[in-house]
Design a protein. Structure first.
Length: 580
């Protein structure tokens, strides 16, 4: 092992760091013997131990470059005077889990990711953390662990995929999901499906539009846990190695200053993050993950707090699925900080929030020059629309709230009769059979955090509707979730969920449902006495997962509006790991 950076180690008092429990003093001789077995020297064991966690695997292109990037970060940690300790966590990749029972594992994997990182860091007493993630749930899961442990941490996104080319047009995986609907409607031959599926995803990286992964990558920069303009760089770009090395070196600066995630992720920082979700037309899953992250820091920040910020946020980034561009284009236009520069200038961000640079968000933004020649990011003074990238809803159908992505939509009000399905598979079968009636409000229930269990995404269904030309002619509501790639009038996170006996459980075919994304309401227009009669007859449903991880998840998970979390959070903790 290299001894590069040892001259800097006098900045760190190991007797005050967690790693002293596994490396300092005569009683720790057995522990040190393991480190000698791995080739470390006495001087290297005396350094701070830095966990370098990767969600890398071969399950999908989102994750295939992460292990290499994490290994590059090791050199940065060493240069800063630390001793890197690599380990991995899981991912469940939504694009592959989508449209079948595997999607029930997706949201539950967020908790497993956070828990596995916590357990590895606690068990081995690491002093700091650098995390690399690529696919949807691995981003919030990793940041949740950082906030839970509260050791100095930096989050690094592995980068997005480059767009594919299909018949002289940029395409993403969204287009593949939608062509399935076109084929089912008889609007294209099977040869077109095969040609597109081979062209849409040309290499490494996470989905390219402003779907959940890129949304949470923007959140990481806005909330201060990532280096400025680091996360929009596509996975194949060589700059990713520079970013990885810089993150490894910078986490040592944070350790020297004892600058921790909860010092950075204040309530004002969460407000900044919510602002950026809406301004970029980001995924509705931002309204799920931000409350879960805040929960880890002991902050009260639920879906309604997120929705209040959405109400006053201009929609500024012309990104897919509602717009025209992908993450690569945003990176080349100037990145997340370009968008935040305009937001800050209009007083829409808290510029005094600390970041992992050791400077405030405002100080970082001061280093950015606005690029007037790009077409992706509109100024806050002349946005695509004054508000409306993402909207929170509340009403008699969703007393605990719901959320809808309206970026790129023209129709913001919808009233129609319900077509009710008790699982996504039944709805998808009806879509394929062309049984969905124009003007109807499709209801997919018992897909919430408890009821699914696992709160599945509905991209296969919504994309098939769009492919059939029905995307603007129906609305869809669910107690489950939607992919960031979903477009159309699709309302998710309806709460209370059906499994808890929420109003969504009482809807019958033909009931009138009224949705107003301008005023933020969603109502079931059925007389209270009729609903009371239905409630008397309603019985809880038993799902098919009566053992294993999903059983455990269903027993512990809370409501979506609070982040669908599974433990009491920082408000109940009696100690913080970083202080052991």
């Amino acid at each position: 092992m290299t001894s590069k950076g040892l001259s800097m180690s006098d900045r760190f008092d190991k007797s005050k760091l967690p790693s002293r429990h596994v490396s300092v003093g005569p009683a720790k001789a057995p522990h040190r013997s393991y480190y000698y077995a791995m080739g470390l020297t006495e001087d290297e064991i005396a350094r701070p131990f830095v966990g370098v966690v990767s969600a890398g695997n071969d399950s999908a292109p989102c994750n295939t470059t992460l292990d290499h990037q994490a290994d590059v970060a090791r050199a940065g940690v060493e240069a800063g005077g630390g001793m890197p300790r690599r380990f991995n966590t899981i991912t469940v990749t939504d694009g592959i889990a989508m449209g079948h029972q595997g999607m029930k594992s997706s949201l539950a994997s967020r908790e497993v990711i956070a828990d596995s990182i916590e357990l590895s860091v606690r068990g081995h007493c690491y002093d700091a953390l650098v995390g690399f993630a690529g696919c949807d749930k691995s981003l919030p899961g990793m940041m949740m662990a950082m906030l839970r442990l509260n050791v100095p941490s930096i989050f690094v996104y592995g980068g997005s995929i480059l767009p594919g080319r299909f018949r002289d047009k940029d395409v993403t995986v969204k287009d593949v999901f939608e062509i399935v609907g076109q084929y089912a409607a008889g609007n294209c031959p099977i040869e077109d499906v095969h040609e597109l599926e081979k062209a849409a995803c040309p290499g490494h990286g996470a989905c390219g539009g402003q779907y959940t992964a890129n949304t949470m990558a923007c959140v990481a920069e806005a909330i201060g846990l990532s280096l400025p303009n680091s996360n929009m760089a596509p996975a194949p770009y060589s700059t990713r190695e520079q970013i990885a090395h810089a993150a490894g070196a910078q986490v040592m600066e944070l350790l020297a200053r004892n600058l921790r995630p909860r010092d950075i992720c204040t309530i004002e920082a969460f407000e900044n993050a919510a602002r950026v979700v809406a301004a970029t037309g980001g995924s509705t899953n931002g309204g799920l993950h931000l409350p879960a992250m805040a929960h880890e820091a002991g902050l009260a920040f639920d879906l309604f707090d997120v929705a209040e910020i959405f109400k006053t946020t201009p929609y500024m980034a012309d990104l897919q699925p509602g717009g025209n561009y992908v993450a690569k284009d945003m990176y080349e236009a100037g990145g997340v900080y370009m968008l935040m520069k305009s937001l800050l200038a209009e007083g829409l961000l808290h510029g005094n929030c600390m970041t992992v640079t050791g400077k405030t968000l405002g100080e970082n933004i001061d280093e950015i020059t606005w690029n007037p020649n790009q077409k992706v990011i509109y100024p806050a003074t002349a946005p695509i629309t004054p508000t409306g990238g993402v909207v929170g809803l509340r009403g008699s159908l969703a007393p605990d709230g719901a959320i809808v992505k309206v970026a790129g939509m023209e129709r913001l009000k919808f009233t129609g009769p319900a077509q009710v399905f008790d699982c996504e598979e039944d709805c998808f079968a009806a879509v394929e059979a062309r049984q969905i009636r124009e003007g109807s409000v499709i209801v997919i229930r018992y897909e919430g955090p408890k009821g699914g269990p696992g709160m599945r995404e509905m991209l296969s269904t919504t994309a098939a509707l769009y492919g059939q030309g029905m995307g603007e002619k129906v609305a869809l509501i669910t107690d489950g979730r939607f992919s960031g790639a979903t477009r159309g009038f699709c309302i998710g996170h309806v709460g209370p969920e059906a499994a808890d006996g929420g109003p969504i459980a009482l809807i019958q075919d033909g009931d009138e449902i009224a949705i107003d994304a301008i005023n933020g309401t969603i109502d079931l227009n059925v007389a209270p006495e009729i609903l009371a009669e239905r409630r008397e007859k309603w019985l809880p449903r038993k799902n098919d997962y009566q053992s294993g991880a999903l059983w455990r998840y269903a027993k512990n998970v809370g409501p979506a509006y609070l982040g669908a979390v599974t433990h009491p959070g920082a408000k109940a903790e009696t100690h913080v790991f970083a202080d052991i």
